[in-house]
Design a protein around this ligand. Structure first.
Ligand code: SF4
Length: 478
């Protein structure tokens, strides 16, 4: 059996993913997303930048072949070089070969099989928090080092972004590493395929997404129901509720006792909506806020969180009195133009001081606050704009239950019959396009971003129109 750090990382993120990476049919995988490729390249770039900032001189194995690189790493360790970048550690056990590739091996004072020195691993990650998976991987590298140098490294460290060094308590982490590796090996040895469980965030960037979703759909799997978390799923299984259909017809009080009455009702209605393929009016005291005005604005932002940059503020102006629709894309072709597009945005929305500004997520409100603070917009002006903002996502989730597996704008608008001109466009793809635009200057990429953002604004408009109509036709609470 081959057990690599990459396999371990995937196992920690989703056990099924590591299983499929070993036993799955690669022909059934989705192509890698551009955004995922971008993340990987950025991660490599950031690692190298940090290594260079730590030390101008470092050694690095040169071979392409993993085995040869491991031999080079051993040679460098025996030489006692100070830093080894992208080294390879291999441990051959009778039944398993372990392979680890720490970002950096740093020479320490002390005694080992190598001489009067030894090494400790330092891993560099793009993430901002010291996640459990980072800790376990670094502990795994420490474990492999123990066999190369005959002694446990005195420390293991991770470096995050922005630069921050995090020291691990290896003694506490070793038993947890043993447990995780033991479970992973057991799963692989016995070919125990983990059950599918669709988690929107985790699965959206995974290569097995289409494959797993198809299985979940064929099984009417409960994870397809928005609101069914792994914890709630356990409760449902305990009660013998195993499919969307069985949840839809469940009338027993037990689920309410386990997860709370409000959540139980919500889950059951969501299942009912999916089974009947019909939207439902939600039972609640919530009063929808969907004002109609002669002019309505629909607002959507494209942002690059890593740069803390909002590069496109798109506004669709629907003037019902003049029967016109006009899209205004305020685009920062260069990141430095963010202040400029913020002023342009304010100028436009101030032209229609009575118009509500519809958007789909809390992000737009938070961005208005961020940009107003950053560019010193008077508080009174900021508050006026914020008071006009209406988050349609909040309106939707509090007033209706839709026969959908996701309440994303795209899922809802697609269900309403709206289509995007670029079908595969999505937020992370737009981030990739913008990054490529900055690197290549290819204006086609800007056109794709504008097209996507314009469609997002129109989708928000369609959704609002549908919601107003549905709520007026279903004014009685169910
Ligand atoms: S799509 Fe989701 S469930 Fe399937 S392997 Fe990927 S992360 Fe796991």
């Amino acid at each position: 059996m081959l057990l690599t750090d990459n396999l371990l990382l995937n196992y920690l993120r989703c056990s099924r993913r590591s299983f499929l990476n070993v036993y799955g049919n690669y022909l059934l995988q989705d192509p890698e997303l551009d955004f995922v490729r971008k993340l990987r390249q950025e991660s490599m770039k950031y690692s190298l930048e940090v290594v260079k900032s730590l030390t101008p001189v470092y050694d690095q194995p040169q071979a392409n072949d993993l085995l040869e690189r491991a031999q080079e790493t051993t040679f460098l360790m025996n030489q006692g070089v100070d830093y080894i970048y992208n080294g390879v550690l291999i441990l051959n056990n009778p039944q398993t070969t372990f392979i680890g590739q720490p970002t950096l091996l740093v020479k320490q004072t002390g005694y080992s099989l190598l001489g009067d020195w030894l090494y400790a691993p330092v891993n560099i990650y793009l993430g901002r928090r010291p996640k459990f998976e980072y800790k376990i991987l670094t502990t795994f590298h420490s474990y492999l080092l123990t066999f190369s140098q005959g002694i446990l490294p005195p420390k293991g460290e991770i470096i995050l972004r922005p630069y921050s060094l995090y020291s691990l308590k290896l003694a506490e982490l070793f038993p947890r590493l043993q447990t995780v590796v033991g479970e992973l090996m057991e799963m692989l040895a016995h070919k125990n395929e983990p059950e599918v469980f669709i988690s929107r965030q985790k699965c959206s960037l995974c290569n097995w997404s289409s494959y797993c979703k198809a299985i979940a759909k064929s099984e009417h799997h409960l994870s397809l129901i928005p609101g069914v978390t792994p914890h709630r799923y356990q409760h449902l299984q305990f009660l013998g509720i195993n499919t969307v259909e069985s949840l839809a017809v469940d009338t027993s009080p037990e689920l309410g006792e386990l997860v709370g009455d409000e959540i139980a009702t919500q889950l059951k209605l969501q299942a009912k909506s999916l089974v009947e393929q019909s939207p439902l009016r939600k039972i609640s005291n919530f009063s929808p806020n969907l004002p109609d005005s002669p002019v309505n604005l629909y607002f959507d932002i494209e942002a690059e969180p890593d740069r803390n940059l909002d590069y496109l503020l798109g506004v669709l102006v629907i003037d019902q009195s003049k029967n016109t629709e006009k899209f205004y894309p305020f685009l920062a072709e260069k990141p430095e133009q963010e202040a400029e597009i913020w002023e342009q945005f304010l100028e436009l929305v101030n032209q229609y001081p009575e118009a509500p500004i519809f958007h789909y997520s809390n992000y737009e409100r938070e961005t208005i606050k961020r940009l107003a603070k950053l560019y010193k917009t008077p508080m009174e002006q900021r508050e006026k704009v914020l008071s006009r903002c209406i988050d349609l996502h909040h309106q939707v989730i509090n007033s209706v239950i839709l026969p959908l597996e996701s309440y994303s704008l795209k899922a809802i608008a697609n269900w309403l019959g709206f289509t995007w001109k670029i079908p595969f466009a999505r937020g992370d793809q737009s981030v990739y396009w913008y990054d490529q635009w900055l690197k290549t200057g290819n204006y086609t990429l800007i056109e794709q971003i504008l097209s996507y953002n314009q469609d997002d604004c129109f989708a928000t408009y369609h959704l609002k129109e549908w919601l107003v109509k549905f709520l007026s036709e279903n004014s009685k609470l169910m």
